[in-house]
Design a protein around this ligand. Structure first.
Ligand code: DX5
Ligand code: ZN
Length: 222
């Protein structure tokens, strides 16, 4: 059985050396590169925009996984797609016309992701399942790296896995926040197959490659 895909989050890397981090993630074998885009309104923090995605595109062949923590993300879909995003994920809480935004992402040539905050129920999924390529279950409240995994998200991940199995096509089930050696195995057992990790990989005492490796070992342990 193949293990989960690993998505290091640039949020925990040195903001003065993104290109180096992007190259190191690819070298470490991470399949995805996760971009946390924050606008200071949807979340209480500001990071970076499409310029960083575009600047890093020549430095990595990984799947560029762009997590938009911004209000009214429909204003920015085409710009991120043109910048080189492979997957664009929007928050249900930030979209008034969610189905339209998901369709807009696919029309722009990217894969469509939907993210749910910890307290947002799964019910909405039933109405947009056909429009989704990735479901992101937030396992912390978005805004900052280095927060603790919320254990109540484990049954939510399992319930999401059940609902996704009703889809006619395959949908990635990604988790984000507090994922490391202690939690990777549990989320994978619950059904996650893409693991976002910031502090546990970039902050690993043995370096990034050791962090990615440790996450895979933890995720695949019995
Ligand atoms: C949180 C971001 C995460 C964050 C995860 O708002 O969406 O991607 O970087 O960081 P860790 O892995 O440190 O919890
Ligand atoms: Zn994220």
């Amino acid at each position: 059985m193949s293990g989960p895909l690993i998505a290091p989050s640039l949020l925990s890397s040195d903001f003065g050396a993104f290109a180096e981090a992007a190259r190191a993630c690819q070298q470490a074998g991470a399949e995805f590169l996760h971009f946390d885009v924050m606008d200071g309104a949807f979340v209480p923090n500001i990071t970076f925009g499409p310029g960083v995605v575009k600047a890093l595109r020549p430095h990595s062949r990984a799947c560029f996984d762009v997590h938009l923590m911004i209000e009214r993300p429909e204003r920015w879909i085409e710009t991120f797609a043109e910048a080189g995003a492979d997957i664009i994920t929007v928050h249900a809480e930030a979209c008034i016309h969610l189905q339209r935004v998901l369709a807009q992402i696919r029309a722009a040539g990217a894969r469509a992701g939907l993210s749910l905050n910890p307290a947002t129920p799964l019910d909405i999924l039933d109405y947009v399942l056909d429009d989704l390529d990735l479901l992101l279950i937030m396992t912390v409240n978005p805004g900052f790296g280095g927060q603790s995994f919320i254990p109540a998200m484990l049954p939510k991940i399992a319930a999401a896995r059940d609902r996704l199995s009703a889809a006619a096509h395959s949908v990635f089930l990604e988790v984000d926040g507090g994922i490391g050696g202690a939690t990777a195995r549990e989320v994978v057992r619950a059904g996650a197959n893409v693991l976002v990790a910031g502090s546990s990989v970039f902050g690993h005492p043995g370096g990034l490659a050791a962090g990615v490796r440790a996450l895979r070992v933890a995720a695949e342990s019995d």
